[in-house]
Ligand binder design. Structure first.
Ligand code: NAD
Length: 264
């Protein structure tokens, strides 16, 4: 993998980076020269593995070991988010990139969807992203240079996903959050964009990722005929985080193998 150093000197906080797409983003950003804060809420061991791989990626990029860090916080809890920003800004004194990646989902028919479950999904996927964005924006406004926010949305911000009402609402909300914040802060050097993955091979898709028949059924609905990888998502995040996207704000980039083209 060649690296371009597009994110050299940048400091990035990535939520839910202990595995999956978040881990791939942390590693890719490190590869491109960024210093990363790896947020996690569950197993510290998984976050430490992301940290190890990010450190290795930094070395591979030709730089010295960067002071990457891991930071525990449940992004469904605003107090934990506040402590996370205190910790990150206390150590670095600086942040340039926030990636709201953490996300959860669960399935039930809408008429019996448990309200408690709905609230939890909205808290993590949407309110957590907003509270993190508020903290990042306050920091960006406190010093010159602006900053950027990237939200991990989903094709389901646009394409309905029956049985996943809370998830679909959370991602639809994330789309409006992306566009509203982008417009509100465009004149103050803050860019806000989203990446909308399609079907990506991560643990959130445990229902089909390791089952050949179920996976083949999922892939048969994708124009490119295959699921995507976390690394392919990370490449899109890196582009939007970099100055290569300096004139891009308020956009959702669909990285879905053409999935959203059906029905248009
Ligand atoms: P994943 O389940 O492997 O990763 C989700 C990550 O979020 C994990 O690291 C998990 O620990 C973390 N997380 C969950 N709740 C958290 C909380 N309360 N606080 C902090 N971290 C928390 O799945 P993934 O596919 O890597 O998901 C990453 C993002 O991509 C999610 O927002 C998801 O909605 C989105 N997405 C995934 C797909 C896909 O097909 N995999 C498609 C569209 C969108």
């Amino acid at each position: 993998m060649t690296t371009t150093g597009r994110l050299a000197g940048r400091y990035a906080l990535i939520t839910g980076a202990s595995r999956g797409i978040g881990r791939a983003i942390a590693i890719r950003f490190a590869q491109e020269g960024a210093t990363v804060a790896i947020n996690f809420s569950g197993s510290r061991g998984a976050a430490e593995e992301t940290l190890r791989q990010a450190q290795e990626a930094s070395r591979g990029a030709g730089g010295s070991d960067k002071p990457h860090m891991i930071v525990k916080a449940d992004v469904g809890d605003e107090h934990a988010i506040s402590r996370m920003f205190d910790e990150v800004l206390g150590i670095w004194g600086h942040l340039d990139i926030l990636v709201n990646n953490a996300g959860i989902q669960s399935q039930a028919e809408s008429h019996i969807y448990p309200l408690e479950e709905y609230r939890r999904i909205l808290d993590v996927n949407l309110t957590g992203a907003l509270v993190c964005s508020q903290a990042a924006i306050r920091h960006y406004l406190s010093r010159p240079g602006g900053g950027t926010i990237l939200n991990c949305s989903s094709v389901h911000e646009m394409v309905p996903k029956p049985g996943f009402i809370a998830y679909s609402i959370s991602k639809g909300g994330l789309r409006n959050m992306t566009r509203t914040l982008a417009l509100e802060y465009a004149d103050r050097g803050i860019r806000v964009n989203a990446v909308a993955p399609g079907a990506i091979v991560t643990d959130i898709n445990a229902a089909w990722k390791d089952d050949p028949e179920a996976r083949s059924n999922v892939e048969s609905h994708i124009p490119m005929g295959r699921a995507g990888t976390p690394e392919e998502m990370a490449a899109v995040f890196a582009f939007l985080a970099s100055d290569d996207a300096s004139y891009v704000t308020g956009q959702t980039l669909y990285a879905c193998g053409g999935l959203t083209l059906f029905g248009e």
